[in-house]
Structures are given as structure tokens and as C-alpha cells.
Write a protein that binds this ligand. Structure first.
Ligand SMILES: *[C@@H]1O[C@H](CO)[C@@H](O)[C@H](O)[C@H]1NC(C)=O
Ligand SMILES: *[C@@H]1O[C@H](CO)[C@@H](O)[C@H](O)[C@H]1NC(C)=O
Length: 458
């Protein structure tokens, strides 16, 4: 376009100046006590709290968004962004999503469940079968596919159900497949891969589904297309959908906007037993640091990921240790909590930390005693990892490793401390937010698995 002569700008400039004047001197909105009304939000875990929902949504009184610390494992569920997604959905009677093949550590399990549910919402599923978790084999940690356990194994089932009952009343949650009306004695489950609905010519196979906002329409068209040999779902003749295995990091979360991205993850809150034991361990860690003369009980949280199931191209023990001790020295930490499923490596790290950084290192096994220790030992390997998760979320600085979804999840969740629901995405591979650093190779988006950051809900 041609550059406009100066005099043509006079009128628009005047208009803008007038608008600014009107905006600046407009009457104050009567919202001052709404910003001060914070009492209801503190200390009410498990309830649907609502930092500043849009007035179009029928919800509880509004609150200052600064008062919910969404980085806390016990944060209340903020429901209005989910409510808005459900309000805008195109519902399909008789369409049921089954999100049950969820395996691996917490980072992967959360993402399997949430990716599947997010797609289900977009598809307009009016039914979901309660997600289940595949137990890991305790003697062969790389074997992720033993028994199916209920969601309670890790998460708070009631909290999960409440989130949907409150925010998406259009949805029915079924405890098992046989509870679905009209399902018959031999349920016919259809398997799909959502990316196949993405018209992905030219994309790398690992590339996320760039067409998630087209998924709903395309999926529903497929669902009702007689060429596929099935009638559209109805109440009496439901259609059951399950994903082929391996659908994770598939949905570019930022497309849903920060308020949804930063709250949706909290449909999966850890169960009460894990929260309690994790909180006890965190308190003991602070007490340990204080007893060793550390001001405010400050400590470094360390995720050392070198267990037998770690993949060969991940940063080695030496790479991780060097990077972590460098951060410890740079930031002046004298105490650290180590999370690792490998007690021998924990000892090695503790030795190196004393020698090279004059930093004392302990683990949950060192901190817990009596009944708490017995309770810890009664938990599975993955459940014990969730105790670590809680302590690391509460640490003063966190160091972990790429491309562990456990480390990535912790860094992303800690990042919510900065502005809660309005937090901008974490700057991957930087020390930008002053809360976490993950060692690793950040050169290649695919080979370095950087795409995981784009497909995770903190
Ligand atoms: C776990 O792995 C071990 C060793 O490979 C095997 O003997 C055992 O049967 C597995 N257990 C289950 C429940 O799959
Ligand atoms: C669950 O995932 C495993 C892992 O690959 C796969 O072999 C299995 O077929 C999946 N089961 C179902 C029911 O989709």
C-alpha cells in the first residue's frame, strides 16, 4: 500500500486522541471489592474457584486471579475455561470416548488422558468412560503395560468427576463400558488416530495435529457418513471411540488460550494420600535445611533421571550432575532434595554435591520415618515418584533433564507461579522464569523432543 500523505492522518489522529481521553476519564467500574474478596478462595481445595470468569458464564463470585497459586499440587480447580469450552461444543448424543490405555510415568499418563479428553470435547462426546491407568511392572520398569487400575491409583477421582459435573453438565461419566446405555453384551469399540483427520500432507509424522479446531467437524462428518458402514450414534445405539495407542503431545495446547491451558491440567489432581505424604516430606525437607543452618529452609529440587528405563540418548549421569551442581553453586544452595528411582545414583550424586558444591543432599527415604516411611514403602514405584513430584514443585529452584516428561511437567507447573491463569508459555531451554532449569539438547525440535512442551497441559 502507498504511504498516506500527512494531512490524511489528522482526522484519525483526532479521533484516537478523543477515544483515549474518554477511556482515561471514564467513570471507574464498581469492581473494587471484587478484587478484595479473596477470602473465599484461600484454603478451599477441591472447589470450583473462579478467578475473573467472563460475565457471560453463570458462575460463582469473581476473584482476583493473583490469589490462586496454580503451581500448588493442591490448587483449587478453576472451572470457567472448561465451562466455556463445553458451552461452545457441538454435542452428539450416543457418542462415548474411552480414554483408558494410559501408561508410563505421571507426565505421560496425564498427557494421554488429557489429550484424549480434549479431543473428546471437540468431537462433542456426551459420554466418557472413567480413565484408567496401566500399572508398570515393578521388576521390569520398561514394561508399562500390566494391570488396568482405577484413576484413584494416582488421582482424586471425586475431584475429576466434580470438575465435569460442575463445568460440563452435558457429559455423563461412566464407571465402566458396560454401564453405557444400549451398549449390549459385546461392545463394539472403534479405534481411531485423531491426526488422520488432520489432512497432514507435508508434515513430519511427529508433528502435532495442526488442525485440532477442524477436528470436530471432520470427525462428526466421518461419524455420520453412511460409506463407513455404520449409522450415526443415538441414545439407544451408542458409538464407542478409543484411540490407537500412542496419542500424546498431539494437541497444540496454546491454541486454547492461556486460561484454558493453565487450568485444564488440574482436572487431574493427586489423590489425598499422595498429597498428604508429599506435604509431610516437603515440610521435613524444609526442616532439614533449616536444621543445617539454611535460611528459610531453602533447598534445590533435583530430578536425576538415570534409571534402568531411561533411553540411551538422554543426558547421562555425568551431564546431569555437572549441570545441576553448576546451578547449585551459582545460586548458592546448601541443601538439596533428590528425586530418583535409583538409590545408588542418589548416593553418588550426594557425594559429588558435598565435594564440589558443599551441598547436602537427601531423599524421601532419608526424611520420612516410622509410619510415614512404612506408608511410602507400601506405594508402587510410580506412586513414590509422585511424592518426589510434590516436593520438587515446592522447591526453591528446580533442576531436571530433557526430555523427561516428569521434568517438563514440573517446570511448566512451577511456571504457573508467575501469573497463574494468565501465565504466558514457558520459554523452553532458558532460565527465563528464575524457577527451573532443564539440562538437555535444545537444538532440534523433533530429535530433542522439544515438541513435548507444546503439547502439555501444566
Ligand atoms: C514383570 O516382569 C517380570 C520380569 O520380566 C516377569 O517375570 C513378570 O511376569 C512380570 N509381571 C507382570 C505382572 O507382567
Ligand atoms: C494399549 O497400548 C498397548 C501399547 O502399545 C497396545 O499394545 C495395546 O494394543 C493397547 N490396547 C488397547 C486396548 O488399545
Amino acid at each position: 500500500m502507498r504511504f498516506m500523505p500527512r494531512r490524511n492522518l489528522l482526522l484519525p489522529t483526532l479521533c484516537i486522541a478523543l477515544l483515549i481521553a474518554v477511556w482515561t476519564f471514564r467513570a471507574p467500574t464498581p469492581s473494587i471489592d471484587r478484587w478484595l474478596d479473596t477470602s473465599a478462595i484461600r484454603g478451599t481445595p477441591g472447589t470450583t474457584s473462579s478467578p475473573s470468569p467472563p460475565s457471560s458464564l453463570n458462575n460463582l463470585p469473581t476473584h482476583n486471579h493473583g490469589d490462586v497459586d496454580l503451581s500448588s499440587p493442591n490448587a483449587p480447580f478453576v472451572g470457567w475455561p472448561l465451562q466455556r469450552v463445553c458451552k461452545e461444543a457441538t454435542w452428539v448424543e450416543g457418542l462415548v470416548y474411552i480414554c483408558d490405555n494410559n501408561s508410563g510415568g505421571i507426565g505421560n499418563i496425564r498427557n494421554y488422558i488429557q489429550t484424549c479428553i480434549r479431543y473428546g470435547l471437540e468431537a462433542g462426546a456426551t459420554g466418557f468412560v472413567m480413565p484408567r491407568i496401566r500399572k508398570r511392572n515393578e521388576t521390569d520398569l520398561a514394561d508399562l503395560f500390566t494391570d488396568y487400575l482405577p484413576l484413584d491409583y494416582m488421582f482424586d477421582e471425586k475431584h475429576f468427576k466434580d470438575a465435569f459435573t460442575t463445568s460440563c453438565p452435558q457429559i455423563t461419566l461412566y464407571d465402566s463400558i458396560k454401564d453405557i446405555p444400549g451398549v449390549g453384551s459385546k461392545p463394539n469399540i472403534e479405534h481411531i488416530t485423531p491426526k488422520k483427520f488432520g489432512n497432514r500432507e507435508g508434515c513430519d509424522w511427529r508433528d502435532q495435529n495442526r488442525h485440532t479446531d477442524r477436528f470436530g467437524d471432520r470427525f462428526r462428518r466421518w461419524l455420520s457418513d453412511p460409506k463407513n458402514g455404520k449409522s450415526p450414534p443415538s441414545r439407544d445405539h451408542p458409538r464407542l471411540i478409543r484411540f490407537n495407542w500412542g496419542v500424546l503431545w498431539d494437541w497444540q495446547t496454546y491454541r486454547d488460550g492461556p486460561e484454558f491451558v493453565n487450568t485444564f491440567g488440574n482436572i487431574l489432581k493427586l489423590n489425598d494420600q499422595l498429597l498428604r505424604l508429599g506435604e509431610v516430606t516437603l515440610q521435613k525437607m524444609r526442616a532439614y535445611a533449616t536444621a543445617n543452618g539454611v535460611e528459610d529452609g531453602k533447598f534445590l529440587g533435583v530430578h536425576l533421571r538415570t534409571e534402568s528405563d531411561a533411553l540411551s540418548f538422554w543426558p547421562t549421569y555425568t551431564t546431569q550432575t555437572e549441570a545441576y551442581l553448576k546451578q547449585a553453586t551459582k545460586r548458592g544452595f546448601e541443601a538439596a532434595y533428590i528425586a530418583t528411582g535409583d538409590s545408588l545414583e542418589a548416593q553418588n550424586f550426594a557425594g559429588a554435591a558435598i565435594e564440589m558444591a558443599q551441598m547436602r543432599v537427601v531423599s524421601k527415604m532419608d526424611l520420612l520415618e516410622d509410619e510415614d516411611l512404612e506408608e511410602l514403602e507400601s506405594l508402587s514405584w510410580d506412586q513414590q515418584g509422585l511424592i518426589d513430584l510434590i516436593v520438587l514443585l515446592g522447591s526453591d529452584y528446580f533442576v531436571g533433564t530433557m526430555p523427561s516428561s516428569f521434568s517438563i511437567y514440573i517446570a511448566m507447573k512451577r511456571h504457573l507461579k508467575t501469573e497463574g491463569i494468565y501465565t504466558r508459555p514457558y520459554k523452553v531451554g532458558t532460565e527465563g522464569d528464575g524457577l527451573s532449569y532443564l539440562v538437555g539438547n535444545y537444538e532440534k525440535y523433533w530429535e530433542g523432543w522439544l515438541y513435548m512442551w507444546d503439547g502439555m497441559w501444566p
